[in-house]
Design a protein around this ligand. Sequence first.
Ligand code: 9MR
Length: 577
Amino acid sequence: YVPETGPRVRVNQVGYLPSGPKGATLVTTATEALPWQLKDSAGTVVASGQTTPRGTDQASAQNVHTVDFGSFTTAGTGYTLTADGETSHPFDISSDVFKQLRSDSLQFFYAQRSGIEIDGGLIGAEYARPAGHLGVAPNKGDTDVPCQAGVCDYRLDVRGGWYDAGDHGKYVVNGGIATAQLLSTFERTKTAPSAGGGAGLADGTLRVPERGNGVPDVLDEARWELEFLLRMQVPAGEPLAGMAHHKMHDANWTGIPMAPQDDPQQRELHAPSTAATLNLAATAAQGARLFAPYDAAFADRALAAAKTAYAAAEANPAVYADPQDGNGGGTYSDGDVTDEFYWAAAELYLTTGEAGYLADVTASPHHTSDEVFGLTGFGWGSTAALGRLDLATVPSGLPAAERDRLRASVLAAADAYLATQAGQAYGLPMPGHRGAYFWGANSNILNNMVVLATAYDLSGAAKYRDGTIQGIDYVLGRNALNQSYVTGWGEKASQNQHSRIFANQADAALPHPPAGSIAGGANASLDDPYAKQLLDGCAPMFCYVDHIESYATNEVAINWNSALAWVASFLADQGAA
Ligand code: 9MR
C-alpha cells in the first residue's frame, strides 16, 4: 500500500504567523543543498534561499531537507513554496491564521454533548440532532442507570456530559483531563501576558447555547462535563461513598453509524475507581475556583464534592479499574494513581490554600520528579503534569523559592522539548522512534506544546513561543503523509474519523466530523484490524489512515481535542500580540 502524499514540499497547509517561525520539509533523493523559492499568489518570487540537508528522518525513513523562510514576514494568502521541481500546497501568512481554530476546536465539545438537543442553527444544520440518552425509547438511560451485575444495587441519574470519542461511552478518567484542559484554556488568560486578558474567550465568542449568559463560553462548555462528573459520585450512605464510578457505557459495542438517540443498548455504571475519584476531585476543585465569580452556589457544590472525593480516594487508595473490562466501552485502566493523587492535591491546594493539601503535594514523588514531563508527553493516564503546570502558573501561597523551582522545572522540560524538536526534520516536539508513535499521540505532541507555551507564558523567552508555533505545522500538514489531522483545516485534511455520529464514510446522508476535530494520528502499534491489514510494516509517521474503521489511528476524542483547543487558543493569542 502506497498512500498518495502529493507534492514533496511539505508545509503547514493552513499558514504561518507573520511574526513566527516558518519552516517546511522537502522529501528528496538529493544529498546536497537545493535552491528554494517562495512565491506569492501571483506566482512572483518573493523570497529564496538554500535548503538544509537533514539526512534520513527516523520517524518517516525519508531522506529530507528543511527550508527556513522565517525572515519573510509579509502577510498574504495563496503563497507556495517550490524546491526540487515540486510546489507545495498553498498557505497563508496572517496574524489571524489560528483565530478560528480556537473556536472550531472548542465547538467539537458541543457536537459531542449527550443529553441535549444539538442546535443546527449554532453549528450547522447537518449537525442538528435530538437529545440522546435521556431515557426516551429506544434509548435506555442515562437518567436512571443501574450498575453492572454485582457492582452496586442503586441507580444513578448520570445524564449529560460529552460522548468520549467515536463511541457513546462516558468515562470519568478521560472526562477529567478534557475538562481540566478546557478550564486551563480559560485559566491561562488570567496569568499569561500574551492572552490579552481573555478577550478571545469572552462570553459570546463560541457557538454554544449558553452564549450571552454572562459566563465565558469555554467555562459553560466545561461545566457541561463537570456536572456529569459530579453525578458519577457514589451517594452518601452507599458502599464506597464519595468515590466516583469509573465509567458508564453500553453493555455491548454498537456498530457504525449509530445516532445517540437511536442507541438501544442497556447503559451500565461500572465499579468506582481511585483514578476516577481523583479525576473528579481535581477537576471539581479547579472548576470551583474558576466558577466562584460567576456562580458561587455551583462553586461551593463542586468544591464540597472535590473534598469528599479526595477523602474517599485517600481511604481507598488502590481501587483500580479492571483492564479486562472492555466490552461495550474502553477500559481507561491505570495501575498507578500516584500522579492522579498529586494532581488532585495540587488543585485542592490552589483552590483552598489549605495546609493539608499542600503537605500532600510536597510529599508526592511527582513534586520533584523530572519524569512528570516525559519526552512523549502527558495524557489521561499520566496527569502529574496538570498539577505541576497549575502550581507553576496559578497564584498561590507557595513560598517564592518553591514556586520558582516549579517554574524552572517547566522551563527545563520545555528546553528538552526544544532539543527534541531541533532533531526532527518535520519540526515536531516528539522523538522519532517507533515508541513515540502510539494511540492518540497527536494529543501528546500537542501536550508537549502546552508545556512549551507555558514556558513562554512564564518567561517571555521567544524560543518557547517559536517552538509552540512551529509544532502546529506537523498537525496541519507538515508531515510524511502531507496530511492535516484537523478536519476542515488544510488542503488535505482528515475527515473520515471513527465516529458513530459523524459517519459520512459509512452513510453519505451523515456529516463528516465538524471542522476542528483532530484525529488520534499515526500509531506504529497498528492496534486495529483495518490499519493492521493496510499498513503493516509502515515507518512510524506513515502509520495512519483516514478511514472510519481505523479507530486506533483515526478516532476523535475529547482529550485529544482539549489539547488542540488549549494550543489553538495560545496560538490565536500570538496573532493578536
Ligand atoms: O485514548 C486511549 C488510548 O490511550 C488507549 O491506548 C486506547 C486503548 O485502551 O484507548 C483509547 O481510548 C479510547 C477509549 O478506550 C474508548 N473510547 C475511544 C477512545 C479513543 O480511541
